[in-house]
Design a protein around this ligand. Structure first.
Ligand code: IMP
Length: 191
């Protein structure tokens, strides 16, 4: 089954394709001919993922998976949340985002946080939502080189290594996206 994954983030496609298996062939936005900068102007993960999926469906009539995810820090009332990618101002500057978060959390004891992901699966124009959450802690400094985003400063509950110190095989089954995808796969199997 062909599905557009509403992103051009190579990391995400790789992660998700590994989770989905061969039964599904993911196509990126560029592969379906979409070169637009799809708006993400909602203030929730649900809203943003739905907005992206509808954008693709309306223009390309292709079944679509769109996700939105981010880091929610307890002591910051859920920030950076939907602003995770541009927390330090510049979209996708992970190093600066990490730096800003570590500075903001300086002197704060409560390091609890979670990654949350919401997937919208739009089939024949009908939306289905799947959510995944992984709880953990923000470290005091960066550890590890793998992954992306806030991976070097997030240690999932029950582990003593950051996501950036884990292989994709370790991270995928426990990650927020992995959990949301697992729910979506369960749904697709029953469809
Ligand atoms: P997106 O909107 O799903 O692309 O995610 C927004 C931002 O959340 C990313 O740019 C990252 O900063 C952060 N993020 C989401 N998922 C992860 C993850 O698995 N590891 C690290 N950072 C993540």
């Amino acid at each position: 089954m062909k599905l557009c994954l509403a992103t051009n983030n190579a990391h995400k496609v790789e992660e998700l394709q590994a989770l989905l298996g061969e039964k599904f062939q993911l196509q990126t936005l560029n592969e379906i001919g979409c070169f637009d900068d799809i708006p993400e102007t909602a203030d929730t993960f649900d809203g943003n993922s739905l907005q992206k999926a509808i954008y693709v469906w309306e223009r390309f009539q292709i079944d679509c998976i769109a996700d939105d995810s981010g880091l929610e820090v307890d002591a910051l009332n859920g920030e950076p949340g939907v602003f995770s990618a541009r927390y330090a101002g510049e979209h996708g500057n992970h190093a600066k985002n990490i730096e800003k978060l570590l500075q903001t959390l300086e002197g704060i004891e409560n390091r609890a946080a979670q990654f949350r992901s919401v997937i919208t699966l739009l089939i024949d124009g009908k939306p289905h939502f799947f959510e995944g959450i992984i709880r953990g802690k923000i470290t005091h400094e960066r550890h590890g080189e793998k992954g992306f985003g806030y991976d070097p400063i997030f240690v999932p509950e029950g582990y003593d290594r950051t996501f950036a110190e884990m292989t994709m095989e370790e991270k995928n089954p426990i990650s927020h996206r992995g959990l949301a995808v697992a729910k979506m796969i369960e749904f697709l199997k029953q469809a």
